[in-house]
Ligand binder design. Structure first.
Ligand code: GLC
Ligand code: MG
Length: 249
């Protein structure tokens, strides 16, 4: 058995089935101990909301944390985001410009303060309005030459982040830093903000059985042999996928 880089979303992917999570944690801890496998959580949550979940679900300590949809990377339990990564995100990013343009759209409701981050502006946007609003908003932001991208998840969450940032690019940054081949890297997710994890390269992908419509539609459109659609939900689906790819026996 060789070490692998394990990157997973949290809500409704790693977390959601407590019993299966206990089993998966056991496998991952052993693999890390014996082979040097690395564990990374990649979530939309801010540090505050991550801490809440960590305590509630007793999550094992990861080797790195990717928070706020890929805009912050933390190593070894520190609470200061990695400066090299922040530097990559800075050029052309302006929170104030994003805020002033978005303030014209009454359908966009700002998320709580804890979720507004240096490189992330987040709103709630109802699915029914999203189809009209998102293309307009994107065109307007791009007209002002803002280096941004829109990420819409779960029929409600809209994140606006730097173009050079998302979960996929943060994962690649870690993969290259730790020198894991794409074939020795596995990414897991359930919703829109995870598409970047699957789309960025040839890493092995596990889509859990309870995945959201936006991710399933994307997967239908861009199927790939290195991506597995699990039958089981949440951590159960991850275990199924890790066995499918031969990372677990
Ligand atoms: C988490 C974050 C939220 C974000 C969402 C989708 O729920 O708290 O700010 O919009 O993930 O990325
Ligand atoms: Mg999720």
């Amino acid at each position: 058995m060789k070490p692998f880089l394990f990157v997973t979303d949290l809500d409704h992917t790693l977390v959601g089935d407590d019993q299966a999570l206990i089993e998966l944690n056991q496998h991952l801890s052993e693999h890390r101990q014996e082979y040097g496998t690395k564990i990374v959580y990649a979530t939309g949550r801010s540090p505050v909301l991550y801490q809440e979940l960590q305590v509630e679900k007793n999550l094992i300590q990861p080797d790195a944390l990717v928070l706020s949809v890929g805009t912050e990377i933390y190593f070894d339990g520190t609470d200061v985001p990695d400066a090299d990564w922040s530097e990559i995100l800075s050029p052309g990013w302006s929170r104030d410009s994003v805020l002033s343009i978005t303030s014209k759209y009454s359908e966009l409701i700002l998320q709580p303060d804890s979720e507004q981050r240096s490189f992330k502006v987040s709103f709630f946007l109802q699915q029914a309005a999203a189809e009209d609003i998102l293309p307009q908003l994107e065109a307007e932001l791009l007209k002002y030459k803002l280096n941004i991208k829109l990420i819409y998840s779960s029929g409600i969450d809209l994140d606006i982040v730097p173009l050079s940032s998302d979960k996929g690019q943060a994962m690649q940054f870690l993969r290259q830093k730790w020198k894991f081949a794409a074939q020795q890297t596995v990414v897991c997710g359930d919703s829109g903000n995870d598409i970047a994890l699957f789309a960025v390269g040839n890493e092995r992908g596990i889509i859990v059985g309870n995945a959201r419509k936006e991710l399933l539609e994307w997967h239908d459109e861009y199927p790939a042999d290195h991506r597995y659609l699990a039958k089981d939900f949440c951590a159960g689906g991850i275990i199924e996928g890790l066995k499918y790819f031969g990372f677990l026996e």
